[in-house]
Design a protein. Structure first.
Length: 278
C-alpha cells in the first residue's frame, strides 16, 4: 500500500517477512487454468540465502522459469538456478528477460543476455531452452505479443506454457513403481487389506498385469489400483496410487515393482551427485 503501482509480488509473497523485506523466502504455490491447460506455479526464492527452498519448489517441476533483470544481465543466481534445474533433470527452461520497459525495449540488450546465458547453458543438460523478453509490470509478452517489441518473433509467455510438450517427456514404456509406503489398516473392516503406495516413475500399470518385485524377485499380479478418488483402470507416471497384488509377498519401502520382461537393473554400487545445502 502507498505505492504508485500494485506490487504483483504480493500475490505470492504470503509471509510478513517477505513483504517487509521485499524478497521471497518460502515456496508459495498458486493455481490457475486456461482453456488449454491447468497450471501449478511454485514461486521460489531468488536470494542466495534461500536457495535450498528453490530446490524444494523445483523438485517436482516440469518447467522452470528463470527471471533475468534486463538491466543487470545474467548474475550468479541466474546461473545457480539454471544449474539446479539441470541437476534436477527438468527438461524445459524458459529464460524471461524481465523489465524490458526500463531499457526502452532494446533488442541488443536482450540478445546480449540471450547469448551469455546460452553460452553458459551449453555446459548443462537442458534439452529445451527458450528466451522471452517481457515486462511483467506492463504485461508485455506475458499473455499477448507486445507491439513494443516488433523485433521479437517468438510467442508470448502464456502461449509458450500452453503449447510446450510436457507429456511427451515421460517414459510410458519402462514400467517402474518404487514403493514408498505399505498400507495395512489396523481395523476389523480392512484387516486383510495390503496396499503399496507410491508415485509411478514410468510406464503404465493395469489390473491383471504380471509384475516382479525387486530386488527379491518375487512375482505376482496386479489385483487393483486405487487413487484418491477410488479404483482406476490404469495408472501412469507421475500418478500417486496404491497398488494391490493378488498374493501376499514380502514388499517393503524402497522395493521396485516392474514388469517381468522389462526389469530394472539390480546392483549394490551407484554413482551420485550430492548437492549439500546447510
Amino acid at each position: 500500500m502507498g505505492n504508485e503501482y500494485t506490487n504483483l509480488a504480493l500475490l505470492t509473497d504470503g509471509l510478513r517477512a517477505e513483504r517487509e523485506q521485499g524478497i521471497t523466502i518460502d515456496v508459495a504455490y498458486r493455481y490457475f487454468a486456461t482453456p488449454k491447460r491447468k497450471f501449478i506455479i511454485a514461486d521460489t526464492p531468488g536470494h542466495i540465502q534461500y536457495t535450498r527452498n528453490m530446490v524444494t519448489g523445483a523438485s517436482t517441476a516440469d518447467l522452470v522459469l528463470v527471471l533475468v533483470d534486463a538491466r543487470h544481465g545474467v548474475v550468479e543466481q541466474s546461473r545457480r538456478h539454471a544449474f539446479l534445474a539441470s541437476l534436477l533433470r527438468i527438461p524445459h527452461l524458459v529464460v524471461c528477460v524481465n523489465k524490458m520497459d526500463l531499457i526502452d525495449y532494446d533488442e541488443k540488450a536482450f540478445q546480449a543476455v540471450k547469448e551469455e546465458f546460452r553460452n553458459f547453458a551449453m555446459k548443462l543438460d537442458i534439452p529445451d531452452l527458450s528466451f522471452i523478453p517481457i515486462s511483467a509490470l506492463h504485461g508485455d509478452n506475458v499473455v499477448e505479443r507486445s507491439a513494443k517489441m516488433p523485433w521479437y518473433e517468438g510467442s508470448s509467455l502464456l502461449h509458450h506454457l500452453e503449447e510446450v510438450h510436457i507429456a511427451s517427456d515421460r517414459n510410458h514404456i519402462d514400467a517402474r513403481f518404487p514403493v514408498q509406503y505399505v498400507i495395512r489398516p489396523q481395523n476389523e473392516e480392512h484387516h486383510d487389506y495390503r496396499g503399496y503406495a507410491g508415485t509411478i516413475a514410468g510406464g503404465v500399470f493395469k489390473p491383471g498385469d504380471e509384475v516382479v518385485v525387486l530386488p527379491s524377485g518375487f512375482t505376482s499380479t496386479v489385483a487393483s489400483i486405487d487413487s484418491y478418488d477410488g479404483p482406476i483402470s490404469e495408472a501412469f507416471g507421475p500418478m500417486s496410487v496404491t497398488m494391490r497384488l493378488t498374493s501376499d509377498v514380502d514388499i517393503s519401502r524402497g522395493d521396485m515393482i516392474c514388469r517381468p520382461n522389462n526389469q530394472a537393473s539390480v546392483g549394490r554400487d551407484l554413482q551420485a551427485m550430492v548437492c549439500w545445502m546447510s
